[in-house]
Design a protein around this ligand. Structure first.
Ligand SMILES: [Cu+2]
Length: 120
């Protein structure tokens, strides 16, 4: 009887391999400002550090303002390959930075970092 791989064998194999593939997803390890932080109004430096290299050209930062309007934030072109950074000029209120990054394994991850700009 000829050997033919069965579907269940492929499923088993993909189940074994998936955790290793998943481990290459970009996970946010550190952010400035940290989630939930309060910062001073004016110049705010954003910095997001991941556990792996990310494709900066295919990653995106969106600023959600206190009035819920959204704008795309331009990402600083240079810097280490596991960090995305940007500069903002903000007035007091509650903000969210929504990040979406493409990791070297080709997978996209996303998340929110909320923070507050306090009155001077
Ligand atoms: Cu992945």
């Amino acid at each position: 009887m000829p050997y033919r791989p069965k579907i269940w064998m492929l499923c088993l194999l993909s189940g074994i391999l998936t955790p290793f593939v998943a481990s290459a997803h970009a996970v946010l390890e550190e952010s400035a400002p940290p989630a939930g932080a309060s910062v001073r109004p004016g110049d705010v430096d954003l910095k997001f550090r991941y556990n792996s290299r990310i494709d900066r050209a295919r990653s995106r930062l969106t600023l959600i303002r206190p009035d819920h309007s959204r704008e795309t934030v331009s990402i600083t072109a240079d810097g280490p390959p596991d960090i995305i950074a940007a500069h903002l000029d903000l007035t007091p209120g509650a903000y969210v930075v929504r990040w979406q990054v493409l990791a070297v394994d080709g997978h996209i991850t996303r998340g929110d970092v909320p923070f507050t700009v306090t009155a001077p």
